[in-house]
Design a binder for this molecule. Structure first.
Ligand code: SF4
Length: 354
């Protein structure tokens, strides 16, 4: 099944115009591929352009503070990508003389680079014949092969990677991989693929069987858990208390209003918040008026967060540390936050203006 000629011909006429494709460099390819993990192209474009303006090369990124990098990433999600990008830039400067390594094997030694990203960078930035398999390409290949196994099963993964390896041409491997990404994004769509416009019709077993709408087979996901969460906007003498999340895990390194998940042993939301603040910060608080209910869906769960304006109980004190700060509400914009905490911060500033 040799389809690279037809695919590349289509790509030459239909390639998407994307900012990382103009003035290509290993650095720009790497940043774009990390930003594109789990994220739509349209969402990435403005972040990529801002990032390039502020950090045009490895050196400027390596020299930045983590909080500068997280602030520029705010809103793009999956913040471990930003932390890893920053760490990887420092490693590239320290160990590779400021030049991104060119083989998949070396690339995969850097934080945040897995098999797909390594293949994409090696092929796009260095022209190496390396396969890449992202969500779009998986879908295209599963249809070319009329794969009836669930897409993410170990057997499918093995088959798709080996197919990708064989299909990747020696010449123009980067264009070939990008052509597949573009085809998946514009023609071989998840629902109702546009087969009459597809250059790979003749190579597509699903199209020939008429099964393109049933493939890929996706296993049903378990229901997404839903959590009730509380957060305290603790105010004192015009300042508000924020806390930095641990580096590892969800929203790692970002700042938030302290609080936590409602447990079955909590009598109500106020009891939950008082317990959380005592456990996390070692302080007793008085719960004041409600300050909004905020809903958010993360990848694996959803939350409904109840915020409250709070005060420390008389006699209680909270001393600042590296991860606990008293700040003016107007300074909150300078601290990288997740979506919900940013909304709370903005609402707080709006209230103070009224
Ligand atoms: Fe996808 Fe249809 Fe092209 Fe097959 S023919 S690759 S299903 S768009």
């Amino acid at each position: 099944m040799n389809f690279s000629g037809a695919l590349l011909k289509w790509y030459d006429q239909n390639a998407r115009v994307l900012p990382w494709r103009s003035h290509p460099s290993p650095y720009r390819t790497w940043v774009s591929e990390i930003m594109l993990q789990q994220t739509q192209v349209e969402s990435v474009i403005p972040y990529f352009e801002r990032f390039m303006q502020r950090f045009p090369n490895f050196e400027s990124l390596a020299m930045a503070t983590q909080s500068e990098v997280l602030s520029l990433w705010e809103g793009l999600g999956y913040y471990s990508r930003a932390r890893n990008l920053h760490k990887a830039a420092q490693l590239v400067m320290a160990e590779y003389g400021g030049k991104l390594p060119s083989t998949s094997k070396q690339l995969m030694q850097l934080p945040g680079i897995g098999r797909y990203t390594a293949g994409a960078i090696a092929s796009i930035a260095y022209g190496q014949s390396e396969p890449a398999l992202d969500g779009n390409i998986r879908r295209v290949y599963s249809r070319l092969l009329a794969l009836e196994e669930p897409l993410r099963s170990p057997a499918s993964e093995k088959l798709l990677w080996s197919f990708a390896r064989e299909a990747c041409p020696n010449e123009r491997a980067g264009d070939f991989n990008q052509a597949l990404m573009d085809l998946g994004a514009s023609i071989c769509l998840p629902n109702q693929p546009l087969c009459p416009q597809c250059p790979l019709q003749a190579n597509c077993q699903a199209f020939q069987q008429g099964s393109q709408n049933q493939i890929p087979v996706v296993e049903k996901k378990a229901p997404v858990p839903h959590y009730i969460v509380t957060a305290a906007v603790i105010q004192q003498e015009g300042l508000v208390l924020i806390q930095q999340r641990p580096q590892k895990g969800l929203l790692g390194g970002l700042w938030e209003f302290p609080g936590g998940k409602l447990e079955s042993s909590d009598a109500n939301l106020a009891a939950c918040l008082q317990r959380e603040i005592w456990e996390e910060i070692g302080a007793r608080i008085l719960i004041g008026p409600a300050f909004g209910v905020y809903k958010h869906a993360y990848t694996h769960f959803r939350i409904r967060l109840h915020a409250f304006l709070c005060q420390l109980e008389p006699g209680q004190q909270v001393t600042e540390t590296d991860s606990l700060r008293w700040v003016q509400p107007s300074q909150l914009a300078g601290f990288a936050m997740g979506k919900v905490d940013r909304q709370i911060a903005e609402n707080l500033n709006k209230d103070l203006l009224q």
